[in-house]
Structures are given as structure tokens and as C-alpha cells.
Design a protein around this ligand. Structure first.
Ligand code: GDP
Length: 195
């Protein structure tokens, strides 16, 4: 995928701030620190468009990026960060739930999982939510460069089994460090927005 244009549009905290041009949207969900910002930067071939190590306290903003005048990436706030209050957790839940339920241009969620660790309870809850709302999911297993290649298959199997993933879901192993999986993930995304 050749990126000719990639720009940050808005940190939206309320639905009236979401874009109204109806371009297809691909959302990214994952635990804090899973590597979401790094993945966005790698996918868009920009060094620091998405801030890495985004502040975990910011539970209520959706960061929109417009790409090639063709689609948006919507970066969800990371979840599973221990130090957020119950109120913040609830705000996060309400925002994400209404987005998943009502957001018409949403075509797919990239559910990001760290290859090194089995999915957590929060990851399983997120995945079940996506299924509940019948959102197409691509499981993106990241930080591949952090474990030896000989262990990739075993770790992918653990991710799939722990999430009790639908066999029909796409699953892509990536590394934002090396660029592994980038083209494969773009293929999945382009197919999702063309359907
Ligand atoms: P976010 O909180 O989900 O946005 O996570 P970040 O993108 O800030 O990444 C968290 C940490 O993991 C940072 O130190 C990144 O440099 C590192 N990281 C992210 N992706 C990769 C990867 O694919 N490979 C390696 N080796 N490190 C990564």
C-alpha cells in the first residue's frame, strides 16, 4: 500500500466530533502498551504520527487519522491499565459500546494482541464484545520480533485458543519494528473497506 497522504484529524470525545464524510473506518483496539501507536506509524510509514506510549489516563478519546482520502484509522484508547478509576473505566466502556453499536462507517476492528503473552481477561471481553456487535475482526498479533521465529506458530495458536477465536477471522502476525506483516494487513483492510 502506497501512502500518499496520512494526517491526524481529531481526538474526538463526543460523537458529534466524528467525521461526517462517511469514509470507511478501521478501528484499532488493544491493551495499553500493546503497540497500537507503533503499528499505526508503521502502517502509515510515518515515524511519529501516532504518539507512542500514549497517556494511559486518557480514556475517552478516539483519535482519527485520514489516509489517502480513502479511509480512516480510529485509534481506541488502550484498555487494561490498572491505574484508571472506575468512573474512567465506565466512560471508556460507554464510549466504545455506543461506537461499536452505532457507528455506520465502521468496517472492521483490528484487535491487537502482544505475541509474547496469552490474551488477558480484558482481551477476551473486548473480543466477545466485537462478536456481540457482529463487527468484522482481524486479530493482529504484534511484536513478532520479540520472540524467535520457531515459536511464532505456538504463540499464534495460544492467542487463537485463549480468545476462542472464530476460525473465519483473519489473523495477521506483524512487527512494527521490522515491518513484517504490513502488506498482508493492508490487504485485509482494503478487502474490508471494499466489501
Ligand atoms: P500503545 O500504548 O499500544 O500505543 O503502544 P506503543 O506503540 O507506544 O508501544 C509500546 C512499547 O512497545 C514501545 O516501547 C514500543 O517501542 C514497543 N513496540 C511496539 N511495537 C513493537 C514491535 O513490533 N516490536 C518491538 N520490538 N517493540 C515494539
Amino acid at each position: 500500500m502506497n501512502i500518499t497522504q496520512a494526517e491526524f484529524v481529531i481526538s474526538a470525545v463526543k460523537p458529534h466530533q466524528y467525521p461526517v464524510d462517511a469514509l470507511p473506518e478501521i478501528a484499532l483496539a488493544g491493551r495499553s502498551n500493546v503497540g497500537k501507536s507503533s503499528l499505526i506509524n508503521r502502517m502509515l510509514m510515518r515515524k511519529a504520527l501516532a504518539r507512542t506510549s500514549s497517556q494511559p489516563g486518557k480514556t475517552q478519546q478516539l483519535n482519527y487519522y485520514r489516509i489517502n482520502e480513502k479511509l480512516y484509522f480510529v485509534d481506541f484508547p488502550g484498555y487494561g491499565y490498572a491505574k484508571v478509576s472506575k468512573t474512567q473505566r465506565e466512560e471508556w466502556g460507554n464510549m466504545i459500546e455506543s461506537f461499536l453499536r452505532d457507528r455506520e462507517p465502521l468496517k472492521m476492528v483490528l484487535h491487537i494482541i502482544d505475541v509474547r503473552h496469552p490474551p488477558t481477561k480484558d482481551d477476551c471481553l473486548m473480543y466477545n464484545w466485537l462478536k456481540h456487535f457482529q463487527i468484522p475482526v482481524c486479530i493482529v498479533v504484534t511484536k513478532a520480533d520479540k520472540i524467535p521465529r520457531s515459536k511464532w506458530e505456538k504463540h499464534m495458536k495460544i492467542v487463537k485458543e485463549t480468545l476462542e477465536a472464530d476460525p473465519a477471522d483473519n489473523m495477521v502476525l506483524v512487527s512494527s519494528e521490522t515491518g513484517l506483516g504490513r502488506e498482508q494487513l493492508w490487504d485485509v483492510i482494503m478487502k474490508a473497506i471494499e466489501d
